[in-house]
Design a protein around this ligand. Structure first.
Ligand code: PMP
Length: 457
């Protein structure tokens, strides 16, 4: 345990020297100072005071396997001792990257058989966009360069992926976005009553967009199977089937961003499997290594691979120093092995049902709780002024932020999503969670919502 002066020093140094990545939780936390964690175990994190927190967000939807898995640390050390040669540039290769690429080909749907490695999700999405544009170019269709993404979609913060992101708040730090991105509506209606049919219109808007822009100018449609940062937006049953049909009709490539939904989060290996739809390109990160090491990948199908190889003459002017880092790949392989051995995907599906029961209980008990939803262990509920009419609290009330704070006071870390005036609370615990631990989370939500409700109306 840290000494008192050491703790104060760490907090002061953090404030002075550490520019934190975007975070809504930091600003809302109970102490007003950075919360400094020292250890993790399962769904729990321990801070400098020795207090235990439930990590209801799996760090940032990434620690799928849970915290403190020594097996991953051991594999990392072993690999680092053997070979930490950090580049698969120029045809140099090594076994961990080769084995991981093969494993991913076995796991991925359809003929997504080839992986290009990156250090994370933003790089994977930037790479996906460049690879599909290059694919069209080498096939003789350089005009196919526009990428349709969706409002409330989140794809990262590098210039390409931030431009692909359909949340205006994430555009605030740049004066100009990358060209050739279009933002289609997403199947979510912020306020007022609506039907499934109204939600399905979002798919038809994609068709209209392709038609009005001209299909010969569209390279790809890119979407998260379930929007994460945008607020756990689960599409209607037929949405992705319709999207796949539209893409096929116009020859548009479909890129699935499985950065959050991959590796068991939703109770299946990949999120799109819930709708039996196969994308042409898939990006993955986070759960691939359960966040123990930075790693991501773009997976492309055999046909795209063939074309890229045929015309690139062995040179792809794209690659990162850490593309396929052996330590990252070795840890990812072990992580996937443990996810399979311990049946964590099956557990995510089962515990997802427990989470669903818990969320429904909250909805029954609390007048302000509505629109509860989850797919496996990716869940959410909303705070609504009038849930029958689907009306919002005034954004200045900061209701979701208050709930996050009340949870944090009770040592549960969750996240709010407040774009366009929503008050969404997201929950995504590690896949190793038990029934008892789900109950603990629901009981904290229960108390936190009660505490906030007394201040409302
Ligand atoms: N895509 C999605 C769906 C994400 O949720 C994220 C990260 N939250 C990213 C891409 C970007 O990944 P990274 O932060 O590893 O760059």
């Amino acid at each position: 345990e840290q000494t008192l002066s050491n703790k104060a020093e760490l907090i002061e140094l953090d404030k002075k020297h550490f520019l934190h990545p975007t975070s809504s939780i930091q600003a809302q936390q109970k102490t007003g100072a950075p919360l400094v964690f020292t250890e993790g175990n399962g769904i729990y994190l321990k801070d400098m005071e020795g207090d235990m927190y439930i990590d209801g967000m799996s760090s940032l939807w990434n620690v799928n396997i849970g915290h403190g898995r020594k097996e991953l640390a051991e594999v990392a050390a072993e690999q680092m001792n053997k070979l930490a040669f950090s580049s698969t540039f120029s045809g140099f290769s090594h076994e961990p990257a080769i084995r991981l690429a093969k494993k991913l080909a076995d796991l991925a749907p359809g003929n997504l058989n080839v992986s290009f490695f990156t250090s994370g999700g933003s790089e994977a999405n930037d790479s996906a966009i460049k690879l599909v544009r290059h694919y069209w170019k080498v096939k003789g269709f350089p005009e196919r360069k526009k990428v349709i993404t969706r409002k409330r979609g989140y794809h990262g913060v590098s210039m390409g992926s931030t431009s692909a992101t359909g949340i205006p708040e994430f555009h605030a730090m740049t004066t100009s976005l990358a060209p050739d991105f279009l933002y289609a509506p997403t199947p979510y209606i912020v306020e007022g009553e609506f039907t499934e049919e109204d939600l399905m219109k979002a798919a038809q808007e994609v068709r209209k967009m392709i038609e009005s822009e001209g299909p010969e100018t569209i390279a790809a449609f890119m979407a998260e199977p379930i929007q994460g940062a945008g607020g756990i937006i689960v599409p209607p049953e037929k949405y992705f089937e319709e999207i796949r049909n539209i893409c096929d009709e116009y020859g548009v490539l479909f890129i699935a961003d499985e950065v959050i939904t991959g590796f068991g989060r939703t109770g299946k290996m990949f999120g799109l499997e819930h709708w039996d739809v196969v994308p042409d390109v898939m990006t993955i990160a986070k759960g691939i290594s359960s966040g123990y090491v930075p790693l991501g990948a773009v997976m492309i199908n055999d046909e795209i691979h063939r074309e890229l190889i045929k015309y690139s003459k062995g040179t792809l002017f794209h690659g990162f120093t850490y593309s396929g880092h052996p330590v990252g790949c070795a840890v990812a392989l072990k992580n996937i092995e443990l996810i399979e051995e311990e049946r964590l995907i099956e557990n995510a599906a089962e515990m997802g049902q427990e989470l669903e029961k818990g969320l429904k209980y909250l909805e029954e008990k609390h007048w302000s709780v509505g629109r509860v939803r989850n797919v496996g262990l990716l869940g959410a509920f909303e705070l609504l002024a009038d849930r029958d009419k689907n009306t919002r609290f005034d954004a200045t009330q900061g209701v979701a932020g208050k709930v996050v704070q009340e949870c944090l006071k009770r040592n549960l870390i969750v996240r709010s999503v407040t774009y366009e005036g929503t008050d969404i609370i997201a929950i995504a615990p590690p896949l190793s969670i038990t029934k008892e631990e789900i109950k603990d989370i629901i009981s904290i939500f229960d108390d936190a919502v009660s505490a906030v409700e007394t201040t409302l109306k």
